[in-house]
Design a protein around this ligand. Structure first.
Ligand code: C2E
Ligand code: MN
Ligand code: MN
Length: 403
């Protein structure tokens, strides 16, 4: 199957001019041998390459490029399939983007054989090249957020294990995971994640609840999360809890119940953030939005969870604007390697900034992901990189520190 893959990368700054030249020549030569065609734009510091060829050949080649220490920050911009090669009689064409004008390069690409058709696919390749040339010099993550300049340092938060009464005879338990402001070393909030009495996942917990009790169960169990919050919240920290949207739209008085639970636990509504998960379609929209209004009036914080996955990301945001948006971890995983995820997350962050909404990146697992996110101005994170959820407790949090 014929595939087209486009990436950009930065030349390793330690590489000498002669070695860079050698790298480019080797690549052109190998591509010819493997029947890989395309274009290579290079300005002495940044590469933009269109590779077309058999899928297995291109994938193997791209893996080698990713692993090649002469390339830094290899970011995949596109992988698509097509019925024909655009560059089949021009091989791998090299353009010197450092000395030529953008217009002349783009005009030449346009005029290459097999690229003159009116296929929309061609247009996309052309636009990617044109965007790359327009943004030359802006792709590098600022040096201060180079992952190699940071290490992690664990700091003990505190432990709740002196309160064994938290875990006896409950229909469920909760694990706690911090949402952190990485650069200031502050915990912004703690998310209470439900667990079965024996500590199993939310899915296992909910499986054991009869379907017609699910919403009531979800609501009732929040009382235990608030009790936990009462023990552990410090200073301005907040507690986040999750609710199925159906709890709010189908249980009359659900918000009153929540407010009573919060008060009974000795907490104030401002200390609580309600996270609405988007895992199910919201069937009774009007009742749902009425409940959200009631939550605003009661004074709790509101977050859209798993933003960008599930049913109603943008539609939900268009209708109501929460205090916080938590970007789904599927968009965060490997973000430093994916031009597609970078474009999406950057625009979510920009949109939230314009709307005054706080952004949290969920599921951060690596230093590289954190560095990339921090470099575009996201400051709140949740993920194994900082701390895993801990049953009825909080433990060490790993903080990034400069080397
Ligand atoms: P969520 O609200 O998006 O919570 C984050 C989930 O991601 C948690 O899974 C957490 O353990 C996991 N996670 C956090 N950081 C990382 C990471 O770096 N990598 C990976 N791979 N995973 C990470 P958990 O505890 O299994 O919860 C799953 C989902 O169950 C939650 O997703 C939430 O939607 C739901 N849930 C949890 N507690 C409740 C609850 O009380 N009520 C309702 N309705 N749903 C709940
Ligand atoms: Mn959540
Ligand atoms: Mn989530």
């Amino acid at each position: 199957m014929l595939t087209t893959l486009i990436y950009r990368s930065l030349v390793n700054p330690e590489l000498q001019q002669a070695s860079i030249h050698q790298l480019v020549q080797d690549a052109l030569c190998k591509n010819n041998a493997n029947h890989v065609t395309g274009i290579l734009l290079f300005d002495g510091a940044e590469f933009f390459q269109v590779l077309e060829g058999e899928e297995a050949v291109i994938n193997a080649l791209f893996s080698r490029i990713r692993a090649d220490l002469r390339h830094n920050s290899v970011v995949l911009l596109m992988q698509d399939y097509s019925a024909y090669r655009r560059f089949h009689d021009t091989g791998m064409r090299l353009f010197d983007a450092g000395s030529r004008t953008v217009e002349s390069i783009l005009a030449e690409i346009r005029n290459l054989s097999h690229f003159r058709g009116c296929y929309l696919q061609d247009e996309r390749i052309f636009r990617l090249a044109s965007t790359f040339l327009a943004q030359r010099g802006l792709h590098a993550v600022p040096p201060e957020f180079n992952a190699s300049r940071w290490r992690r340092e664990g700091r003990e938060h505190f432990t709740l294990s002196q309160w064994p009464d938290l875990i006896v005879e409950k229909p469920c338990q909760f694990a706690l995971q911090p949402i952190v402001e990485a650069l200031t070393g502050k915990v912004s909030s703690w998310e209470a994640l439900i667990r079965s009495p024996s500590g199993e996942s939310p899915a296992r917990m909910f499986e054991s609840v009869p379907a017609d009790r699910l919403y009531h169960f979800d609501l009732e169990t929040k009382a235990h999360a608030f009790a936990l919050g009462n023990r552990m919240l410090k200073n301005n920290e907040k507690l986040s809890v999750n609710l199925l949207p159906g709890v709010l739209s189908s249980i009359p008085g659900a918000v009153d119940t929540l407010v009573k639970q919060i008060g009974a636990a000795g907490l104030r509504p401002e200390q609580i953030i309600i996270e609405v998960t988007e895992t199910e379609a919201i069937t009774d929209q009007d009742a749902f939005y009425q409940a959200l209004k009631a939550l605003r009036i009661a004074g709790t914080g509101l977050a859209i969870d798993d933003f960008g996955s599930g049913y109603s990301g943008l539609a939900l945001l268009a209708r109501f604007q929460p205090d916080k948006i938590k970007i789904d971890m599927a968009l965060i995983e490997g973000i430093h390697l994916s031009g597609v995820k970078q474009a999406i997350v950057r625009s979510i962050a920009r949109c939230c900034e314009e709307l005054g909404i706080t952004v949290v990146a969920e599921g951060v697992e690596t230093m590289e992901e954190w560095c990339w996110l921090e470099s575009i101005g996201i400051h709140l994170f949740q993920g194994y990189f900082f701390s895993r959820p801990i049953l009825n407790d909080v433990g060490n949090i790993q903080w990034p520190v400069r080397i």
